[in-house]
Design a protein around this ligand. Structure first.
Ligand code: ADP
Ligand code: MG
Length: 239
């Protein structure tokens, strides 16, 4: 478990201000959803936390230690990308162990032990020999999640982990991911444009709009007392 402190994070791409002064603390073991429409800066925020993108201003700290200048593979954060980003030519086992071996420097045997341990826990051991094209969307997403959790990072970053799944699988995985994050004790930051996902999965929700956090609160607080018209319309709108 690791606390995440974001302080005055800004990031522009040309004239587009993707992030505009983000302040947010996510406590040890907490699960926070970043909820906002397409283009509001959610992916950019996760990429900044993971170290895949340097902010123009502001600081990212894990347990009080600034991550400035620390490359992604040396940060205590694992990211699950929106479109899985599994290597198509590798099996699930290889997809999971690749980063453990080359990123974390684990020996092959230990990396494979970890892959089997997390796959067993997620009940996907039977998929370890398959390549992405031999699996369904839900299976691929479980492997992408297993790959992130196998790192045993204090922080797990999820970028729209449920997008592209059919409604039934979506509802199942929503609960599965939330309980898995709790059971491994990771701090979770979970990006979504779906208010029902945020409500179901998160301890607190940060509503983001045009690179700014409009409101931060528990699902109940946001639902009961939306702080702005944008929050009211976004939280209140039907799925
Ligand atoms: P979200 O994930 O909420 O849909 P993003 O963080 O992907 O939003 O994007 C926020 C804004 O920044 C958008 O206007 C997007 O077009 C822009 N943006 C994001 N990444 C880049 C990039 N690498 N180059 C140029 N513009 C970008
Ligand atoms: Mg995005």
């Amino acid at each position: 478990m690791t606390r995440v402190d974001l302080t005055a994070i800004s990031k522009s791409f040309g004239s587009v201000k993707a992030l505009d002064g983000i302040d947010l603390t996510v406590e040890d073991g907490e699960n926070v959803a970043i909820l906002g429409p397409s283009g509001s800066g959610k992916s950019t925020l996760l990429r900044v936390i993971a170290g895949l993108e340097e902010p123009d201003a502001g600081d990212v700290a894990f347990d009080g230690v600034s991550q400035s200048g620390i490359p992604p593979h040396k940060r205590d954060a694992a990211i699950v990308f929106q479109h899985f980003a599994l290597y198509p030519h590798l099996s699930s086992l290889e997809n999971i162990t690749l980063g453990l071996r080359h990123g974390l420097g684990l020996p092959k045997k230990e990396a494979e032990q970890r892959a089997h341990e997390i796959a067993g826990r997620m009940q996907v051991e039977h998929l370890l020999g398959r390549k992405p094209k031999e699996m369904s969307g839900g299976q691929r997403q479980r492997i992408a999640l297993a790959r992130a959790l196998a790192r045993r990072s204090g922080i797990v970053l999820l970028d729209e982990p449920l997008s592209g799944l059919d409604a039934q699988l979506h509802a199942v995985l929503r609960l599965e991911i939330a309980s898995l994050l709790r059971s491994v004790g990771a701090t979770g930051i979970n990006v979504t444009h779906d208010q029902l996902d945020a409500m179901a999965m998160a301890d607190r929700i940060a509503v983001i709009h045009e690179g700014r956090i409009e409101q931060l609160g528990t699902p109940d607080e946001l639902y009961a007392v939306p702080g702005t018209l944008f929050v009211a319309s976004f939280i209140g709108s039907p799925p």
